[in-house]
Design a protein around this ligand. Structure first.
Ligand code: BG6
Length: 506
């Protein structure tokens, strides 16, 4: 194994607190949250004064604990250690109740008081809303009525909400207003699980801890940027949710915009949350608004039909998935071209694409530089002189690659494209992660840098809402327009060809 010279820092334990999970019996809790807490406990990053309050409509204590243990064992990438589980298990306290019932909140309050005494959690509460979005404003309101959301005497109260945070600009605004009626913005932690991915966090380090990239990180050297989030999976059992969302809403104003902002933002003056979020916000605000007339040229939508995946599996089209109507007009593929109106980026297009049932699961950001001037290589066929390409691979096989031209050995000057390739796993032993550890740890410490701020979320929605409006006003006539297992609709290729470019073949 190669080594890197590491800068070691001792990481402090998180603040004492009780974490209340609303929807403790749900999928997210079982697959991500509890395994993440286990990993944090294993790394000794949780405070000794920590507890979990599992709030659910129905759960039977013993069976629930058993289930959680099995879930942790199943979803853990590292080794399961009984001592760590026992440490966590004895800190779990269930509360039964309906999320709309005021009495349930009275019981929750009592339980939290007991937990404070038993575990020394100090009245610090982290409320995690792992519930349907219809409860996102109701639960904080009820917490407020029960006196559970007020921060005083040095005790903190924080609320984590997961997407979907609205379905367009208006609904995002009204959700923010509802939340801000009962909470300060500093108490609201809007999670985007992409920001929990190590390689996403690495983008800022890559850009700003190295002196060699920043001088060329602009329109003088960069031709365009392509961001791809390709998924192999179909919608599976999530048809009900997906019918309300579609690929654009589900992925673009959140995950893809976060990736884009990290690539496009100016260096923040520190890693302090507001400094980072201010710079990201400037990118969302500088994105050129898309008018309804431009939607046809700047966005492409698609829906998968029946098809065969690369491993030979025959899979059904979107319209045959459970809970999806036979004439569904929802897109499962979206591509958009965005421009950032700033000195750094004017005339550098950002092409974003995402889709389900594509041939591979692969997320990357590709930065294509301008071609070198041609004089020396007048005799060289243009296709040999590939422009430099920097690829940040987010998942899987995390790493960074830079391609450049080199002479192919031989008597004539012939040019080939070669690659310098860094793979995370060659240098760093990955600690087991679900992607939620850093996010939970940061929230417990009051660091909101990896969470979305309300005004930024609205700014992001305002960019995509015109596209959503045009798409819903003019239902597609050609759906399904790509077969499962292929790279999306033909129109996506034409969309790039019009600009004299092409999508990367992955
Ligand atoms: C979620 C979307 O936010 O992200 C899903 O709702 C999508 O539709 C998922 O599959 C992708 O996440 P990841 O971490 O697997 O890339």
């Amino acid at each position: 194994m190669m080594t890197s010279s590491k800068s070691e820092t001792t990481v402090a334990k998180a603040d004492p607190c009780a974490m209340v999970i609303f929807g403790a019996g749900g999928d997210l809790t079982r697959r991500k949250l509890v395994p993440a807490l286990y990993n944090l406990a294993e790394s000794r990053l949780l405070s000794d004064n920590f507890a979990v309050v599992a709030f659910a409509r129905k759960l039977e204590d013993k069976a629930f604990r058993e289930q959680l243990r099995r879930d942790v064992q199943e979803h853990l990438s590292g080794e399961f250690r009984k001592e760590t589980w026992d440490w966590l298990d004895k800190r779990v306290h269930p509360v039964l109740g309906d999320f709309r019932d005021p009495e349930a909140y009275a019981r929750l309050k009592e339980t939290l008081e007991t937990v404070d005494k038993e575990h020394g959690t100090g009245g610090n509460y982290l409320f995690y809303l792992s519930t349907p979005p219809s409860l996102f404003s109701e639960i904080p309101r009820r917490l407020n009525e029960a006196g559970l959301s007020c921060e005083e005497n040095g005790r903190w109260r924080r609320v984590i909400v997961e997407k979907p945070l609205g379905r367009d600009l208006d609904s995002a605004r009204s959700l923010n207003r509802e939340l801000q009626k009962v909470l300060n913005e500093s108490q609201i932690y809007r999670i985007d699980h992409y920001l929990g991915k190590e390689t996403v966090q690495n983008i800022l380090v890559f850009r700003f801890a190295n002196a060699i990239f920043e001088p060329i990180w602009n329109r003088r050297y960069i031709d365009h940027v392509q961001i791809t989030v390709a998924e192999q999976v179909g919608v599976g059992s999530r048809g009900g949710y997906y019918e309300e969302a579609g690929a654009l809403r589900d992925m673009v104003p959140n995950h893809l915009f976060q990736l884009m902002a990290l690539i496009a933002m100016e260096p923040p003056i520190s890693f302090e949350a507001e400094a980072v979020r201010n710079e990201k916000g400037k990118i969302f605000r500088a994105m050129k608004p898309i008018t309804p007339d431009e939607v046809l040229n700047l966005a492409v939508r698609g829906q998968y039909g029946d098809g065969v995946m690369p491993d030979g599996e025959k899979v059904p089209g979107y319209r045959s998935e459970p809970n999806v109507p036979a004439d569904a007009a929802t897109e499962t593929y979206a591509a958009v071209k965005l421009m950032v109106d700033s000195w750094r980026w004017a005339d550098v297009p950002f092409y974003l694409r995402t889709g389900k049932r594509l041939p591979v699961r692969y997320t990357e950001i590709a930065i294509q530089f301008k071609r070198a001037p041609f004089i020396l290589f007048r005799q060289t066929p243009v296709e040999q002189l590939e422009p430099n390409l920097l690829v940040l691979r987010i998942q899987p096989n995390e790493g960074i690659a830079l391609s450049f031209s080199a002479k192919i050995p031989g008597p004539v000057v012939s040019i080939g494209d070669v690659n310098m390739d860094f793979c995370n796993q060659d240098y760093f032993n990955g600690t087991p992660t679900t992607g939620y550890e850093t996010l939970l740890y940061d929230c417990m410490n009051g660091d909101a840098g990896l969470f979305q701020r309300g005004d930024n979320a609205e700014a992001a929605w305002s960019v995509v809402t015109p596209i959503l409006d045009v798409w819903s006003a003019s239902p597609p006539r050609d759906f399904p327009n790509y077969a499962a297992g292929t790279w999306g609709p033909k129109a996506a290729g034409q969309f790039m060809r019009r600009d004299g470019r092409r999508w990367r073949r992955l």
